[in-house]
Design a protein around this ligand. Structure first.
Ligand SMILES: NC(=O)C1=CN([C@@H]2O[C@H](COP(=O)(O)OP(=O)(O)OC[C@H]3O[C@@H](n4cnc5c(N)ncnc54)[C@H](O)[C@@H]3O)[C@@H](O)[C@H]2O)[C@@H](O)CC1
Ligand SMILES: [K+]
Length: 504
């Protein structure tokens, strides 16, 4: 299944094509698309509420066409018998379709009020202040209304995009911006990346897509897509009976600096539970020679270790010593599959020469930066990276000629040719030390089994998040979820996926 995500520019093009298909040039009257948006959103609102409510519904309608959608919703729900209050921030020049919607709402039983202070509580807020036309931070009454919604305990349904959120980037439009925190978003014509990454994950809530009947118009290649098992199912294969540990790859974690041995062990455990044939920790400093809980992991001195022919996961607990730098440069100059994480990324950021050699690496490469590591590699701040996660991940993938997993809410997986996927599995339980080490070990295992970098990054990111979701569903989090719990849950998710793929 494909899950395309469209940029605002692409949605505008789709909207234009749909408008001219549904309403030939020169004709006027209500917009069929706005009518459809209003109908879809009214139906969805009743679904969210579980039927026609007895309480009041508050509709916030802005000056543009997003406000027009909201006025259609107000008219529809009021005509069905709901008690609807409307706060309308009228603009100076509403579009003809919004004018029609306003007339419909005014002719209905909906009550127009000048401020939310006139409303006595409500069972649903419908946010139709701004959609894809948002051009600057919210201010004045719009800002006050949004801040007021933050105090509401009832469901908040955003139309198209939560007001205040950038639909392309998933960041709240600022500086010092605010945005609606919706429990549900119904988005029109096509799904949008900003609903699934960065701040968007907290502001959009559950996302429901309605194409408004504009099928067949989505001809332009999507800007990005949502990650899903279908994107890497071709690499999932059950184990052959006639196989042995050599069949499933050697993974070597280059880490183990003094005081940071745990990071390498977590990456190694993840590799083991994800099915690597043999797992090594190649330690840059003397340290533990055994993981008592996982004695299958083999510990070696990195200085004399033969990295050739093995997949290397460089970085977890590696430190930045001269010895670590030398070993990193050695594996970068090798030709095997490579995962670059944590300290290894920081060393590349500090050395243009190392970064250039990484870009020239002969084998498959996946890098797994968090926003600050990505910022160091790009020579910007973490805030700049977070302001446009998709574009910065793309830029990094192109510069380093590697597949990038930019971690954080709605991880961005980017390829050097500009292809991007957003990952929707996972939860805030992953915001704890060591989970990145686990992800790196998981990516390394899949690379070590011959997966291409893109599919390995997609699958690892999906599985890592799904494992965290499984743990939370079982009561282990999100508060207090530990990285060490992830490998077993990853094993369960991976086996379930392989079993599903075998049945398909
Ligand atoms: N044209 C149509 O027939 C359709 C429009 N649709 C809806 O229309 C929306 C886009 O409509 P618009 O292009 O009118 O854009 P919006 O309704 O998102 O808002 C644009 C208006 O708000 C102003 N504005 C932007 N930022 C502001 C700010 N921070 N403070 C105050 N004013 C601000 C703009 O100058 C403009 O007047 C979509 O998100 C969707 O909800 C959908 O219903 C599909 C059909
Ligand atoms: K909105």
């Amino acid at each position: 299944m494909d899950n395309p995500l469209y940029s605002v520019a692409q949605i505008r093009a789709i909207e234009q094509a749909a408008q001219s298909q549904l309403r030939p040039l020169g004709t006027s009257g209500p917009s069929p698309l706005m009518r459809r948006a209003g109908e879809a959103a009214s139906t969805y609102a009743l679904e969210v509420l579980g039927g026609l409510p007895t309480g009041r519904i508050l509709v916030l309608a802005g000056p543009g066409n997003n406000g027009g959608d909201a006025l259609e919703v107000a008219a529809n729900l009021a005509n069905l018998g709901a008690n609807v209050d409307v706060v309308h921030l009228a603009g100076t020049a509403p579009s003809p379709e919004t004018g029609h919607a306003l007339a419909r709402a005014q002719a209905s039983r909906a009550r127009f009020v000048s401020d939310v202070a006139d409303c006595n509580g409500c069972c649903l807020v419908v946010d139709g202040l701004f959609g894809i036309g948002l051009a600057r931070p919210l201010a004045g009454q719009a800002r006050a209304l949004v801040e007021w919604t933050h105090g509401m305990a009832c469901p908040v349904l955003a139309l198209d995009v939560p007001s205040g959120l950038d639909a392309d980037t998933g960041s709240v439009v600022g500086p010092d911006g605010v945005a609606v925190r919706a429990t549900h978003t119904i988005t029109f014509l096509g799904d949008k990346p900003g609903l699934h990454t960065g701040d968007g994950c907290d502001h959009a809530g559950r996302v429901h897509v309605n194409r408004l009947g504009a099928h067949g118009l989505h001809t332009e290649a999507a800007h990005a897509r949502l990650n899903a098992p279908a994107l890497f199912a071709g690499c999932l294969a059950p184990r052959r009976n006639n196989s042995h540990k050599g069949t499933y790859g050697d993974v070597a974690v280059l880490g183990g600096a003094r005081g940071m041995a745990g990071a390498g062990i977590l990456a190694a455990r993840a590799a083991l539970y994800a099915g690597a044939g043999r797992v090594f920790v190649a330690a840059v400093d003397p340290g533990p020679g055994l993981d008592p809980l996982q004695p299958e992991i083999m510990f070696r001195d990195a200085a004399g270790f033969a990295f050739d022919g093995r997949t290397v996961v460089a970085g977890p607990g590696m430190g930045d010593s001269a010895g670590a730098t030398h070993l990193l440069s050695k594996v970068i100059d090798g030709t095997g599959p490579l995962v670059v994480d944590a300290d290894a990324l920081n060393l590349c950021a500090a050395s243009p020469d190392l970064a250039a050699r990484l870009a020239a690496h002969g084998g498959e490469v996946v890098i797994t930066p968090h926003p600050l590591e990505a910022a160091r590699l790009l020579g910007v701040t973490a805030a700049v990276v977070q302001a446009d996660r998709l574009e910065n991940a793309r830029e990094l993938a192109e510069r380093l000629d590697a597949v990038v997993v930019l971690k954080g809410a709605g991880s961005v997986i980017a390829r050097p040719d500009g292809e991007v996927a957003l990952n929707a599995t996972g939860n805030p339980g992953l915001a704890t030390g060591g989970t990145g080490d686990v992800l790196a070990g998981l990516v390394g295992t899949l690379l070590g089994q011959g997966w291409p970098a893109w599919e390995a990054a997609l699958a690892a990111t999906w599985l890592h998040g799904a494992a965290a979701d499984r743990l939370v569903a079982g009561g282990a989090g999100p508060i207090g979820l530990t990285a060490g719990e992830l490998p077993r849950a990853i094993r369960a998710e991976l086996n379930a996926l392989v079993a599903d793929a075998a049945l398909a």
